[in-house]
Ligand binder design. Sequence first.
Ligand SMILES: [Zn+2]
Ligand SMILES: [Zn+2]
Length: 133
Amino acid sequence: MTQVHEGGCHCGGLRYRLRGALTDVAHCHCTICRRVSGAPVVTWVTLALGDFQWLNEEAQCYVAPASCRRYFCGRCGAHVALVTEHSPQSIDVTVATLDRPEDVRPNRHIWVGTRLPWLHLDEDLPGELGERL
Ligand SMILES: [Zn+2]
Ligand SMILES: [Zn+2]
């Protein structure tokens, strides 16, 4: 049976559905994710673009850096998804917007060079200076 996961933004303006096992999960410490989300770290699950589906109204798009399209809710501002030119057949979704984020297990840290020194989170996981795609 194919796993199905759903999620959405805080106000409910954006809802999405994911298919398949959510196995590629990374804590991103880059300064762009930090500023766009207003959080010290953003945890992303990566899956094939074809396994992602919006269920309702259009997401707004913010481009940063130039290679990345970041999708967010135009009403409540929640950062929901990201597609990068470096990996156009995959999509990253913010784990925190899943209906059941507790079902996902992070397996690495990325962009650890800008990790905040006071953030203590999953210290046993491997870290990457950039991101392996
Ligand atoms: Zn919203
Ligand atoms: Zn990032």
